[in-house]
Design a protein around this ligand. Sequence first.
Ligand code: BGC
Length: 757
Amino acid sequence: MKHLSLLVLALTLCATTAFPQVYLNPNAPIEERVEDALGRMTLQEKIAIIHAQSKFSSPGVARLGIPGLWCTDGPHGIRAEVKWDEWDQAGWTNDSCMAFPTLTCLAATWNPEMALLYGRNIAEEALYRGKNVLLGPGVNIYRTPLNGRNFEYMGEDPYLSSAMVVPYVQGVQQNGVAACVKHFALNDQEHGRHVVNVTLTDRALYEIYLPAFRAAVQEGQAWSIMGAYNRIWGQYACHNHRLLIDILRGEWGFDGAVISDWGGVSDTDEAIHNGMDLEFGSWTDGLTEGRSNSYDAYYLAMPYLEKIQRGEVGTEELDDKVRNVLRLIFRTSMNPNRGFGSLCSEAHAQAARTIAAEGIVLLKNDAVGKKNARPILPITGDQSPTTILVVGENAIKQMTVGGGSSSLKAKYEISPLQGIRERAAQEGMEVRYVRGYVGDIGGEYNGVTTGQDLRDERTAEELTAEAVQAAKEADMVLYIGGLNKADHQDAEGCDRLQYELPYGQDQLISALAKANPNTAVIMLSGNAFAMPWLKEVPAIIQAWYNGSETGHALADVLFGDVNPSGHLPFTIMPALEDYPAHQYGDIAYPGVDNEEEYKEDLFVGYRYADLYGRKKALRYTADGRSFVINPPKHKPLFAFGHGLSYTTFALGKAAIDNRTVSLTIRNTGAREGQQVVQLYVAPRKASVVRPVKELKAFRKVRLQAGEEQTVQFELTDDMFRYFDAGKHEWLTDRGTYDIYIGTASDNTPLKITYTVQ
Ligand code: BGC
């Protein structure tokens, strides 16, 4: 006993000697360290630590040896270094990164293990590049296919994005790098993002737009969150009392730091009182240079200090902000378990390729010609072509550059054409390429150059004629088009202007399909688009923007080395008018005089598409406003959750024992594959208006040819509840619920019932 006490004393002395100050002792409880550091800081040091000192860094406390924070975009790779006070690249030669697939692709894997892999790998890159805060992931909900930044987010469904964001955040933070979940909240469009004022019901807020943020905070334990640019209920998101104080801190118990979007703070008083902790990017409007003393002029800099000195405001709020920032520093830049990371490693390339291939969605795959012919994909196997014609600008266009703040300086990027060429060579196939159309000609973006000169002076007629002729001469055509991250084509700061594909692609695809029926359409985009040629082509693949390993991953799927298993994270409707946000005129999108009302309420994505076939409109009032939801005139072209495979699966009967739902699933085809089993809950009767059904669980299952597995789901209380705005509580109606199980939101053949007592 005596020996033990002596040992404890010795160890304590040792620790005290090694770390004379508590805040420097990594073994001391974090709150003690925070209070100790706070107690040693001067007023000026406290003010300094809550705002930026350069475009992407904030200071620590130099006198106390507390390092600052380096932030980085996010969310698909580690952004190149920019100059201290300019957006231009700094011109370093050691700051290239691995570009990972965009988050729509990650969501399309429907595989939380992929999100964990993603988080771990990207954080290793952040570590190697000396970054502490990764500005991502983004979980704004896919409300309209025009949103320029949908490619950075995880789709239309709150449950799917919650399930995917949690492991992403955990993977990042396991490395001592903070995730900064963005953009909190309701930044669901780029048009007017700095001014638009969003109004919606509390139910839509809690049931649709907040769940992924809540999951990131409460389950993922995110260390930071980024306030959005827009206004909500008339107040800017970066100092929105209800969002940041009542919900984030009050209801969710967030103990991390609220970081502003770059230039998102616009009022000192509100920023002081309404929960903003760390101000970035002010005075720059995101584009132009700051003034010489710009950082002192930040809303939370001198203006705040002067208010304190004049006695207009106390220091209680300031101390809380400093605590939140210190906590972030101790968790990241002073985290003793933080490793050194690695950059562009083999393992990162492999992770990027695996995630990309797993997120690619096979939308359609039919046979051409003879009765017993197999579907045209994969390319290899019987009926394989000898000459393949690749058509389309996206087959050669560098896509890691562009799109806004997520633009990257990738160490390399395998284009689709390159990937296809490499793989086809192994099969002895000949690959030819023609451009087909001219969209974006490459060049410079935000000081980042694509290094590509894609100018082509030929007319559209000449390009089409060349492509059609070449298509006639080939055994198979792979059309590779879509959007391209140029302005209005999936880019930050501006929305798309139309739902249709740009650059005359629709006509070109039809012409190619006519010239050669063996035409597969492969689309790179982060958004849905119209497909007037849908019936004219036998195969369609949605291949996102997949980063450095784009071409390899695409070839993996096309040639059947990877069996596709991606499923859509959003609904693809035939026309823009088929989306609920586009049925109420400008007030619902893009807003009138900067006012916007989410008039479709809860009926976003498949929640709306599921109303197809109803005779009458849904009419109800909520939060004192009347809602009229007219049923859609068309079914989706491809439903939420849809995705094909090169094998086939059969679901057995579902059974329920107490709260355990079981079913069998069998691979009935000839090759290994993965299927996503999706569980939706549908109330039979409800005391309030409710969506027809909602995704509440899913499982990705890998099966060998002929293999059968049992899948089980536990029904939990939260699967049945809805948010009662009046009571401000989650409630559950007693009674019968149908549980639908299937492999897409429009394909749920299994049904069981469950009664909530
Ligand atoms: C974007 C953020 C980004 C930040 C820093 C802003 O314009 O909205 O997503 O992290 O810039 O680049």
